[in-house]
Unconditional design. Structure first.
Length: 446
């Protein structure tokens, strides 16, 4: 695709075409911008250039991509430097993760920034949307771009930070709903970024005083959620000891407007909550409720298996099925999924382990060292334990009567129908609802 370079003031490069990056690119391209997307994946680039979205279950995205391709306002390339060289606004949405030791992993974004620096033009605006530790936008990336490009930060090119604040499966809706927090290196950077988002997204803005303030605000959102979930999980464990039901407690408590207790669960996964608190923890916030909340939430997998062992004894040799490889419902994303923790611990307990997830192929599931199992496979009649980890819509209609030898169902998301399961003589357990017990089979049930 060739775009008239006389329109360069309306040209945007979006670096990183994942779930959020592609959605941003498509929205910009449908709001009078010429968008050059950049991604390291040839498959992603080919898909975009064919007018197709490689992201599933994102309402409205496929139509936006197809429309932009038809109107010649969106193209993609694996050459980040080339994409950046054709734009005056560069939006960066490349992931920053943590490794197995919870150290921050910058490898992908560092490479992207080097390529951006090689292509950036004078007077360009660079906006980072990737969630970052406070200070990184300026001190790690802004300075690196200046060093490689030879341009002066804040005068030859401008720098802003505006964190993504969206949720998978409703990104377009969230872009229209949530205010865009924007911070700039200086007054000119803030002005340019704010004007861009007003036109590109037509959304409400919250302008803050610095890059660091905007960075801090995004991480703080995730820490708040992690802490609140940890509180719910801690209360759920205590509720089990006291023989009371969290599904009753939460709505009763939250009827008071100052209470906002989240729902407990078998664990916390994804790109955000299990990762971003370490952006504070590794910068010095290594004491108090922030690191403690991480430990509580990561321990929920172990707590859940301990619950099962308390009910039925050793898991050695038991046939265990986990429902959901994804970290949450209706999203194909295994990053930091609680299922990965369950797999590790169940292998140590020498259980026979099976995983079902309708969003993944058998080959993809087998790649995690487990046996994929269809719910239509006759072997489900030989399962001893079923653990619900991600409540995909396909699981709403499971017929548990096919699980003929199942001893226990652990509802890790408190979503299954307890009565249906217990009527089959199966021990039903959930998180924070220890009052739920198996009802013995009577003659009518038999």
């Amino acid at each position: 695709m060739t775009i008239d370079q006389n329109q360069s003031s309306s040209n945007v490069a979006v670096v990183g075409l994942g779930k959020i990056g592609l959605t941003l690119a498509a929205v910009f391209a449908n709001n009078d911008y010429n968008v050059f997307g950049a991604d390291i994946s040839n498959d992603v680039v080919d898909s975009v250039n064919q007018g197709s979205s490689h992201i599933d279950n994102e309402p409205g995205l496929e139509e936006l991509v197809a429309n932009a391709q038809q109107n010649h306002t969106l193209s993609a390339t694996t050459n980040t430097t080339k994409a950046v060289a054709q734009a005056n606004v560069i939006v960066v949405i490349v992931p920053v993760l943590v490794d197995e030791q919870n150290n921050i992993d910058y490898q992908f974004i560092d490479l992207a920034v080097q390529e951006i620096a090689k292509g950036i033009k004078k007077n360009s605006l660079v906006i980072f949307e990737t969630t970052l530790p406070p200070g990184d936008t300026k001190n790690r990336f802004g300075k690196k771009i200046a060093e490689i490009s030879g341009l002066q930060l804040g005068t030859d090119f401008y720098l802003a930070y505006s964190p993504e604040r969206v949720y998978s499966n409703r990104i377009i809706q969230d872009l229209q709903t949530y205010p865009k927090v924007v911070g700039g290196l200086n007054e000119k950077s803030l002005e340019l970024a704010s004007n861009f988002y007003k036109k590109a997204l037509d959304c409400q803005l919250i302008e803050v005083s610095s890059l660091e303030t905007a960075e801090f605000a995004k991480v703080a959102e995730c820490v708040y959620r992690d802490v609140n979930i940890a509180l719910a999980n801690e209360l759920a464990q205590f509720a089990d000891e006291q023989g009371v039901n969290m599904s009753e407690i939460i709505p009763a408590s939250n009827s008071q407007p100052y209470s906002h207790i989240h729902s407990p669960g078998i664990g916390v996964g994804g790109h955000c909550i299990p990762i971003y608190p370490y952006f504070f923890i590794n910068k010095g916030l290594d004491q108090g409720i922030t690191p403690l909340s991480r430990k509580i939430n990561d321990n929920m997998a172990n707590h859940s298996l301990t619950r099962i062992e308390k009910e039925i004894g050793s898991l050695e040799g038991k046939n265990v099925l986990i429902l959901g490889l994804s970290y949450r419902e209706n999203v194909k994303e295994p990053t930091k999924s609680t299922t990965l923790l369950l797999i590790d611990q169940l292998k140590k307990k020498q259980a026979n382990l099976y995983v079902n997830d309708p969003l993944f192929t058998n080959q993809e599931i087998a790649g995690y060292g487990v046996i994929p199992l269809s719910l239509d496979d006759p072997f489900v009649a030989e399962l001893d334990i079923v653990i619900l980890q991600a409540f995909h819509q396909e699981y709403r209609t499971i017929d548990f009567s096919h699980f003929r030898t199942c001893e226990l169902v652990l509802d890790g998301r408190n979503k299954l129908d307890q009565n249906t399961i217990t009527k089959l003589g199966i021990n039903y357990q959930s998180i924070g609802n220890q009052t739920n017990k198996r009802r013995p089979l009577d003659e009518h049930d038999k």
